[in-house]
Design a protein around this ligand. Structure first.
Ligand code: ITT
Length: 194
């Protein structure tokens, strides 16, 4: 089975991606590879940061790498928190981030939002590609559910009456932005090269 490093320090992402890719790759975490250097995310777009994370790790480990950069884009907030999702309220505190979003959304009827994930892949030879996945939904007025991570308790995917935090991990991993981006990547890997 092909070994690939997943360049993330987010244990929830690691768990989700391991479940989504189960049986297809041996996914090595930064921890498995004793990689402890902090990975910079200097850019103002999700696309650029995904690639930057993969490049940073590839340049040091010289092995196939994937990285995920992701975020929640809310229509009436002009796409915020977006690339700043992880630290939106100033720290990595998920509850503080949620509280800030709910406060900013207090007077808005339009609750449309989407999660976006970009998976950057660098193969063993250094060839780079990126794959996007999105899931549309709405921001709830109150927090609902305890599973998942980040903004899951306030994101209700279109067609569901439960938030991501009320869905089982299997249900979330069937429809999520991360699943869709990974699916695009795997599809490309399996397609004959021209
Ligand atoms: P790594 O960079 O180490 O992968 P990170 O958490 O810093 O981990 P990002 O910079 O990509 O990752 O920030 C993504 C943030 O967007 C994440 O911390 C959550 O706040 C939010 N987010 C992304 N995907 C999410 C999901 O599936 N459910 C809930 N929140 C999510």
């Amino acid at each position: 089975m092909k070994s690939i490093c997943f360049a993330t320090n987010n244990a929830h992402k690691l768990e989700e991606v391991r479940a989504i890719l189960a049986g297809r790759f041996e996914l090595l975490s930064l921890n498995d590879l004793n990689f402890t250097t902090e990975i910079p995310e200097p850019y103002e777009t999700i696309e650029e940061n995904a690639l930057a994370k993969a490049q940073f790790v590839f340049s040091r480990l010289q092995m196939p790498v994937i990285a995920d950069d992701s975020g929640l884009e809310i229509e009436v907030l002009d796409g915020k928190p977006g690339v700043h999702s992880a630290h939106y309220a100033g720290t990595r505190d998920a509850q503080a981030n949620i509280d800030l979003v709910l406060k900013q959304m207090k007077d808005h009827q339009n609750r449309q939002a989407r999660f976006k994930s970009v998976i950057a892949y660098i193969d063993g030879e250094g060839k780079q590609q990126s794959f996007e996945g999105t899931v549309e939904g709405n921001i709830t007025k109150v927090v609902r559910g305890a599973d998942g991570f980040g903004y899951d308790p306030i994101f209700m995917p279109k067609g569901y009456d439960r938030t991501f935090a009320e869905l089982s991990a299997t249900e979330k991993n069937t429809i999520s932005h991360r699943k869709r981006a990974l699916e695009n990547w795997v599809h490309c890997l399996n397609s004959p090269q021209v």
